[in-house]
Write a protein that binds this ligand. Structure first.
Ligand SMILES: N[C@@H](CCC(=O)N[C@@H](CS)C(=O)NCC(=O)O)C(=O)O
Length: 214
């Protein structure tokens, strides 16, 4: 597949999964353009009302795993994914953990309530936040413990290189850190904080920063 495609991304301005696709484009050296499209708008073509939707190489793609793998395979020589089956299983495990457990927990418990508060002035419901905190705290403890072992996503390629696991996990964990309670929780996890801070300087991450991070 030819290099240097133009990627058109349709997604909300502050969206974890839109950022995941943007980071993948940056890593692959692909130029990309995001058109603000609300998930619940009639313009959104995702059949389940999610963002992003992507146009690239005359394809219309949905679902961030499929999109990120396609961009990396077709335009980046698969550099973000190990080919060895055992290492591949570690990578896929971490992407699944990010999507199935961490994103719903962080997004519903803290990230969305705070975004709605900051952007649209919705009141914060302390009861709802307090209800989510023990589970979020357990999840952060799990990530911290994994980072202290060889099983973490940072070893997904067996060597500690940057992979699609980082691409998925960074925006999910970073959006939690942008909430007051998430910031406190992550500050107590030395390894997780160090990983976030180190990636915070990577060019694909700085190029896709949200305005609320500045
Ligand atoms: N499985 C989808 C998930 C996408 C997703 O949940 N996107 C969020 C924004 S980060 C969304 O569309 N939220 C709107 C909603 O759930 O109503 C993917 O991987 O692309």
């Amino acid at each position: 597949m030819s290099d240097k495609a133009q990627v058109r991304i349709f997604g909300t301005v502050i969206s974890t999964y839109t950022r995941i696709v943007q980071i993948t484009c940056e890593e692959a050296g692909l130029s990309h353009q995001t058109t603000a499209t609300a998930a619940n708008s009639p313009q959104n073509r995702h059949p389940f009302g999610k963002v992003p939707v992507v146009e690239v190489d005359a394809l219309e793609l949905i679902e961030s795993v499929a999109i990120a793998q396609y961009l990396d395979n077709a335009h980046n020589g698969g550099a973000l994914q190990p080919s060895d089956p055992a290492k591949r299983a570690v990578l896929d495990k971490w992407i699944a953990i990010a999507n199935n457990y961490l994103f719903p927990l962080f997004e519903g418990g803290l990230v969305m309530p705070w975004i709605m508060h900051r952007v649209a002035g919705f009141p914060i419901d302390p009861e709802k936040i307090n209800h989510a905190l023990p589970q979020i705290s357990r999840a952060l403890g799990f990530l911290e413990a994994e980072l202290q072992s060889d099983g973490a996503w940072t070893r997904a390629d067996g060597e500690g290189g940057f992979t699609l696991a980082d691409v998925f996990l960074y925006p999910i964990v970073r959006s939690l850190e942008l909430t007051p309670q998430g910031e406190v929780g992550i500050a107590q996890c030395d390894h997780l904080k160090a990983w976030l801070d180190a990636l915070g300087n990577r060019s694909s991450i700085t190029a896709t920063r949200w305005e609320i991070e500045n």
